[in-house]
Design a protein around this ligand. Structure first.
Ligand SMILES: Cc1ncc(C[n+]2csc(CCO)c2C)c(N)n1
Length: 218
């Protein structure tokens, strides 16, 4: 497979602007179960997630999935939710991207549909921090503010911390927020990156909140 990763080829077929939902999306993520059973928990989550609508590769550091935005989020959520089912303290750390120049949208997985294949139990209480990085977008602060409004509307926003926004809710609520924020921002720029760190079953208490229900910056 030729990918021309650094050749400067525009994934939008030469257009400088945003180009709808047909751009290839992806996520490189790692799951860290704080458990002596970490290998089994990761391998079980991989096995129980239906990945037939994404390109996927796992190595000793991380897993990369690529394809339609909906399918990338479906697989990422399923992996976290299945690992969370172990009851162990689990952390997911991932970088989502869409429209990376040179990431070939001609790949076979882009012709899949948006019907999701995974339905892992998503009720686990989750703490998260995410950050949006709109590339080459002068209006990036407005896009970040829109992401915060999306989280507020979905009831997951719990404050700004340095370099990120905090989300709390079920894993389903948190992934819904991440996907909605990402999809909205992707409409406005040709290349978007988002980082997200999610934690569940942690023995650590959640941070104190202010009267608006927002986590306090420390
Ligand atoms: C999502 C995800 N993919 C890969 C790794 C790397 N990794 C660490 S332990 C292990 C299982 C035993 O080899 C693997 C694959 C990870 N942490 N999370």
């Amino acid at each position: 497979m030729t990918e021309n990763l650094h050749s400067g080829i525009d994934a939008c077929g030469g257009s400088a602007g945003a180009c709808g939902t047909s751009r290839i999306a992806g996520c490189r993520f790692s799951i860290y179960p704080m458990s002596g059973r970490f290998a089994e928990i990761i391998e079980e989550a991989l096995k129980r997630t239906n990945t037939s609508k994404v390109w996927m590769f796992t190595d000793d550091v991380s897993t990369c999935v690529r394809g339609r935005m909906s399918q990338v989020f479906d697989v990422a959520q399923s992996m976290f939710a299945h690992a969370a089912e172990s009851g162990e303290h689990v952390v997911f750390s991932g970088t989502f991207s869409i429209g990376c120049p040179g990431d070939s949208s001609g790949d076979a997985y882009m012709s899949e549909d948006d019907v999701r294949l995974n339905d892992a139990p998503s009720g686990v209480d989750t703490s998260a921090q995410f950050a949006l990085y709109p590339m080459n977008a002068p209006g990036y602060m407005g896009m970040i503010a829109e992401a915060v409004r999306t989280a507020q509307t979905l009831g997951t926003f719990s404050g700004s911390v340095h370099y990120a926004s905090r989300l709390d809710g079920t894993a389903g609520d948190v992934f819904r927020t991440l996907e909605q924020a990402f999809a909205n921002a992707a409409e406005e720029t040709s290349h978007l990156v988002m980082t997200a760190t999610l934690s569940c079953n942690s023995p650590s208490p959640k941070p104190a909140r202010n009267q608006a229900g927002e986590a306090q910056i420390r």
